[in-house]
Design a protein around this ligand. Structure first.
Ligand SMILES: [Fe+2]
Length: 173
């Protein structure tokens, strides 16, 4: 059986890779977003995510370890679903749902990491991880607000982007 410290290091490697995957996915999501508010939320979170990766470097350092990533299969799956939504042009409500799945995965992971670091009396690492946990929670709440405001109202009214009248009935490919 692994020690708690080994488990902590293994999950850190997982989330390190997950964050890197997220920095590649967010620009695509920002590009796909219709609403300016959502585009900006993704762009802001990209900058935040880059800082979170640097913070993870600091966490490894605080633990006296070298930064290490381990392919996060769960994040690959969540991102693949998001990319499918973009490909199928499912709209902003779907993009928000995909982004919230990412956030919830991160919140679960950072939540565990903070508790383990505290149990191991690695206070510096725990404080750093808690900062990121708080940011992920704030992003999740921001996404909920965005979903509850303009976006769902627009999308419940139909096609999102309204065609000018006289437009043909051609369907998007
Ligand atoms: Fe993150």
């Amino acid at each position: 059986m692994s020690t708690l410290r080994e488990t902590l290091l293994s999950e850190l490697a997982d989330v390190y890779d997950a964050e890197k995957q997220i920095t590649k996915a967010l620009p695509k999501m920002a590009k796909a977003a219709e609403h300016e508010e959502l585009k900006e939320a993704f762009e802001t979170h990209l900058e935040e995510t880059e800082r979170q990766i640097e913070r993870l470097d600091e966490v490894f350092e605080a633990l006296g370890e070298k930064p290490k990533g381990k392919k996060c299969k769960a994040m690959q799956g969540i991102i693949a679903e998001g990319e499918e939504m973009i490909k199928n042009d499912e709209g902003d409500a779907a993009l928000i749902a995909a982004a919230q799945k990412v956030e919830h995965y991160e919140i679960a992971t950072y939540g565990s990491l903070v508790s383990w670091a505290r149990l191991l009396e690695e206070e510096e690492a725990a404080d750093l991880l808690e900062q990121t946990l708080d940011e992920e929670k704030a992003t999740d709440e921001k996404l909920t607000e965005t979903a509850e405001s303009a976006i769902n109202v627009d999308e419940s009214e139909g096609e999102g982007e309204e065609e000018e009248e006289g437009g043909s009935s051609k369907r998007p490919k």
